[in-house]
Design a protein around this ligand. Structure first.
Ligand code: KG4
Ligand code: ZN
Length: 365
């Protein structure tokens, strides 16, 4: 089958994956969380430099782990680590037929690193190139299969997708693979971003989502009265900045000690307000578009409480719901970019002029 190399550098994870058709043989993620944590968020220039210094090794590691080539270059004193990495890529590229890369949306200078590397490899080794939309990657992460071809989901279409991450919150009608309609999206902050900002206000670390999830366990969800923005408007759009502002004003006069003592309750009530807001609009959209299945994705879907709520909601509608089982498929990764590459390649959607391919930080679905 077609061997694919996929590259993803749209934010703060340097990622590469190798696929055999639909099946992911290897997926490597080099997270930069530690580099950005002390700044309380992703710093584009730091991300760019980290992508640049890691990208080759990440690609080489994915190629080695995929075992698509027998030529495992031995570690020897004769060649430097860099030469070894180059050699592994050279050998691996003999087996690869198609390269897929995230073109956007994302941080411009971060995207540029992946796009340039993909172009360089495609031109040097004469490979076909597929440009991938990062959001389509998240949406199709429920179609991603492991090396054994699992899960064997037959996801019925049209499906209504909800993808929530640090950069995006979107409700998307998936009419067919490759045919999407965005029916709702955030007008300001993304769901994950709201969690990250609330965590920052409480003096917690970055990224905030997982910290809030842990603290929220056993906390009182009704501790603070928080709004569900745009709840009563007809729109399917989201707005999370007002929620964050309301949270801020309610705790702004509090001493550090008081915040510290109430971290569990604060986390539980903020998280609950974000998740309820997500679900209110999802329910509205389901009633309007009557999909045959539900697919959820994005970093925030790693949250067990949200997964539980969504499953309950789906049960109410008697609809099948899919969320990536493997944790790494929820947050940024190149396996999902490889999945999109696979489908686009099947439709013959290759980049025509490789040398002219450019990143697109605001790429629309
Ligand atoms: O998909 P992702 O890795 O990157 C973007 O494309 O943005 O998502 C990262 C976001 C962050 O906002 C992070 O706080 C959130 O996903 N996140 C979580 C959890 N794990 C990551 N939010 C809630 N609960 C989690 N367990
Ligand atoms: Zn993402």
């Amino acid at each position: 089958m077609t061997k694919i190399l996929a590259i993803e550098t749209s934010c703060d994870d340097t990622c590469a994956a190798v696929l055999d058709g639909e099946s992911v043989l290897a997926s490597v993620i080099s997270s930069q969380t530690d580099l950005h944590a002390k700044w309380g968020g992703v710093v584009p220039d730091i991300a760019k430099r980290a992508h640049q210094s890691r990208i080759k090794a990440v690609i080489a590691t994915a190629l080695v782990r995929s075992k698509i080539t027998n030529n495992q270059i031995p570690i020897s004193k004769q060649i430097s680590k860099e030469e070894r990495v180059e050699k592994i890529i050279e050998e691996g590229m003999k087996e690869i037929e198609i390269i897929g890369v995230t073109k956007g949306p994302g941080l411009a200078i971060a995207l540029g690193v992946g796009v340039n590397k993909a172009k360089e490899l495609a031109l040097k080794y004469d490979k076909k190139l597929v440009a991938v939309n990062h959001i389509e990657g998240h949406l199709l992460s429920n179609w991603t299969k492991n090396s054994k071809g699992k899960p064997e989901n037959e996801i019925e279409l049209p499906a209504l997708g909800l993808t929530v991450s640090g950069g995006h919150t979107k409700l998307v009608l998936i009419k067919a693979i490759g045919n999407y309609e965005v029916v709702g999206e955030t007008l300001d902050d993304a769901g994950g971003e709201a969690l990250d900002k609330a965590a920052k206000l409480m003096g917690l670390g970055y990224p905030g989502g997982p910290v809030i999830e842990r603290l929220a366990q056993g906390g009182d969800v009704n501790f603070l009265k928080l709004p569900h923005p745009l709840e009563h408007q007809d729109t399917l759009d989201y707005s999370f900045s007002g929620l964050k502002t309301s949270f801020y004003y309610q705790i702004k006069e509090w001493s550090q000690e008081k915040v510290g003592k109430n971290l569990k309750n604060l986390s539980a009530s903020f998280q609950e307000a974000v998740f309820e807001t997500l679900i209110i609009k999802y329910k509205k959209a389901i009633k309007i578009y009557k999909p045959k299945s539900l697919v959820c994705s994005g970093g925030v879907m790693a949250n067990l409480e949200l997964r539980k709520k969504l499953r309950k909601m789906a049960k109410g509608f008697e609809l099948p719901i899919y969320m990536p089982k493997m944790k790494y498929l929820n947050t940024d990764n190149a396996a999902m970019i490889g999945t999109v590459t696979y489908f686009k390649a099947k439709r013959g959607e290759f980049v025509e002029n490789i040398a002219e391919l450019d990143r697109d930080p605001r790429l629309k679905l």
